[in-house]
Design a protein around this ligand. Sequence first.
Ligand code: FES
Ligand SMILES: [Fe+2]
Length: 398
Amino acid sequence: MGATEQPFITKYPTAVPVMGDGPLPVAPYISREFFEREREKVFKRAWLEVARAEDIPNPGDYRVVDIEVLGWSLILTRGEDGQLRAFHNICTHRGNKVAQHKSGNARGFTCGFHGWVFGNDGELKHMAGEEYFPPGTDRCKLGLKPVTLDTWNGFVFIHPQTEPAQGLRDFLGGMADQLDPFPFDRCTRIARYEATPRANWKVVLDAFQEAFHAIMVHRASLPQSAAAAPNPSAALTSVRFHGPHRSLSAWANPDYRPPEVGMIVGKYGPTFATAKDQFPGINPNRDENWWFDINVVFPNFFCDTGPGWYFTYNFWPISENRTRWTMDIYQLKAEHAGGLLAQEHTKILLRDAVLEDFSTLEATQQMMETGVLKHITISELEIALRHQMHIINQWLAA
Ligand code: FES
Ligand SMILES: [Fe+2]
């Protein structure tokens, strides 16, 4: 930037928390002790997104979800009454795992050890050897152990506590207000990507909550789309803080012309690269040259939204330097072959972009672990990293 040029200005429509402007310590990204505190104080006390309700659409449908950071295996299942429930995947007899498959449809679950049978409402329906258990053994109290579950806009969240201090809607607060108009139910999943990088969950998460890196990392897949004069550093157009959550709007170069295939496909349906139309629940500040919103639900879930598509990330810590990352991409249901082409285009473009994102993660972790650097230096372009760390520290102190 020359001496006379003004930097591109990011707007802050909501109050900006007082977070200081110093460098951030490296220790939280590499320390086992810090990770154990996050497990206890953050992950055991937060609403955690685990599925879409449409993944378990019919009575009897179930899905097993493993949550490494809690050391839990859960069964999400829809009962014959249509209700979605979560249970620990553990037999109340001697603790065997009850659901053997990752997903399916069943009226219940038969334990493979001694044959106890649990209904998909969690009740113990058949207690093999019942007559041999001591008098007073109450079958009604031996159902599967329930886990707190709630849904918002089709997103299924669990909470590790039996009685969370805050309900899901309250917890989501302003983030839910912003996203409520988005027609999640008109979209369909078009892809799922998964990886387990050797990197701390915040190293991975941070790589997706700023646009600054586009100037280098995405110069192959999205050249000139996120950074160009007058915004050569890919500054965000606006940033909103919603309690522990945050929403960032990314800038799009108005002069960007996608490669020909993108232009052609973009005529038939929304794509990640070409759709710029108005759409409910996006671009809350009506920013000019807006591209898409990066919506971060604390602690580890993203729901990024654009006109006609959205994609989610989950960042599941496995250890202080291993993360299970998943990405699900959703787009408006296709009404014709052109719509399917648009879906393919989004799917491939995002695949290439996230492959680029992964190019830095393990190297960053490895170098942070050398201990050479005690702090990382953070700009306003990366304010989301500061906010995430600020909220983690608040939860650790509470
Ligand atoms: S452990 Fe399940 S029936 Fe015995
Ligand atoms: Fe990226």
